[in-house]
Design a binder for this molecule. Structure first.
Ligand SMILES: *Cc1c(COP(=O)(O)O)cnc(C)c1O
Length: 393
């Protein structure tokens, strides 16, 4: 029997894979203690700030005392209505706001909770590798089994939907535009995914956190717009990246009403909803149009081009993509991604995310993010060029 001096963590928590970024955090502390500026390109955390429409709505609604109580029904109703209209305008997908949308306290919350709502103990979920770590961790915390689905460069990092027929999982996670690889999927991919899922009785979760972070003419499709999409799929939409509102903790799930219903019941046992004025700020930005959004995208594109030019000058290869906040690049010289990230930090004061942190199939790559002020990005690109002579072997 365990005594109270033992590790208090439940076995389900102890069983989670360890985080790999501790060694990098240590090197970073050492550099900063030596007075060296570290430019952090390792995480996707928008630095630009929420749109004025969100701030105005938050200030106005903060004075409404009805919204100081447990989230009133009218606020949820208004939010769901705005989200459904946005899905209609953006993807042409018609959804019932009462049954096919549920607000989330950030999409991470919904993604992590989904398996608790739809997966029985021991049931299998297909999870991409490399991937946002929350898919696998949510499945493991729910007592499900993770079956990895490799994303390979020679298939442009698209999941092999043939695996659905082979594995016959209860649930499959996909994420396009993709973190960390920056890959995008077209409607033909979603059509194949939905057909395979219907055939195998599999539920589909598409994480669309980056659907609006797109450059040039690129428009990311929705899994819900292909035939049969709403029969098997839900899609997660986040305010964090789209509207630079990561700290506000707001998102929504949209799609199949059985899955949305299950998630809503689960959530009714765990949280009591978002703060009303934050929901109303969400409504305001969903209705506000896209001018400010285009400005933000132009800024990201400037940064992206600086980094891509820097990589090009260093002879480093990367995945070409019209979307996301990320550049997925190849580690030069056959080194491990961790080793490369360590030396880039040590030699150039640049922090990147080693590919191994996103799964075994991420080995050999590293990820850079454009959510860092433009002058820092410019300095990072310059420093990379200065030290790159040492990488060629
Ligand atoms: C940032 C991110 C999210 C969004 O998380 P929020 O909880 O909405 O802030 C979801 N999925 C992926 C892949 C992400 O990178």
């Amino acid at each position: 029997m365990r005594s109270i001096e033992d590790d208090v963590r439940a076995s389900r928590l102890r069983a989670l894979p360890q985080y790999l970024f501790e060694a990098l955090a240590e090197t970073r502390r050492r550099k900063e203690a030596d007075g060296i500026e570290v430019i952090d390109l390792s995480i996707g955390d928008p630095d630009i700030g929420a749109p004025p429409a969100a701030l105005d709505a938050l200030k106005t609604h903060a004075d409404d005392r009805r919204l100081h109580r447990y989230t009133p029904h009218f606020a949820v109703e208004t939010f769901n209505q705005a989200a459904a209209e946005w899905m209609k305008d953006r993807f042409g997908v018609k959804l019932d706001p009462a049954l096919e949308i549920v607000p989330l306290l950030g999409t991470k919350e919904g993604i992590a909770h989904l398996p608790l709502a739809v997966l029985d103990t021991g049931q299998v979920a297909l999870v991409p590798d490399p991937a946002y770590p929350v898919y696998a961790r949510g499945v493991l915390l729910a007592g499900g089994e993770v079956h990895l689905m490799p994303l390979r460069e020679d298939s442009a990092f698209l999941a092999d939907t043939g695996m659905i027929g082979e594995v016959r999982p209860r649930l499959v996670y996909v994420n396009y535009p993709n973190n960390p690889t920056s890959a995008v999927a077209d409607s033909a991919f979603y059509a194949g995914l939905v057909a395979a899922a219907r055939e195998s009785g599999t539920l589909v979760a598409n994480d669309a956190a980056y659907s609006e972070i797109a450059f040039g003419d690129y428009r990311s499709p929705s899994v819900l717009e292909v035939p049969g999409g709403t029969d098997v799929a839900v899609e997660f939409h986040s305010f964090s990246k789209t509207f630079s509102m990561a700290g506000w903790r707001l998102g929504f799930a949209a799609g199949n009403r059985r899955i949305i219903g299950a998630l809503r019941v689960l959530k009714s046992n765990m949280d009591s909803g978002a703060f009303g004025p934050i929901l109303m700020a969400g409504v305001a930005v969903l209705k506000s149009g896209w001018d400010r959004h285009r400005e933000i995208l132009r800024e990201y594109e400037v940064r992206r081009n600086l980094l891509l030019e820097g990589l090009g000058a260093c002879g480093i290869d990367y995945h070409r993509s019209p979307a996301t906040l990320y550049i997925w690049a190849k580690v030069p010289g056959g080194r491990s991604s961790m080793d490369f990230a360590e030396s880039l930090l040590d030699e150039a004061g640049i922090l990147v995310a080693p590919g191994i942190g996103f799964g075994e199939k991420g080995e050999g790559y590293f990820r850079m993010s454009v959510t860092c002020p433009t002058d820092e990005v410019r300095r990072a690109a310059e420093r990379m060029r200065e030290v790159s002579g040492d990488w060629k072997n």
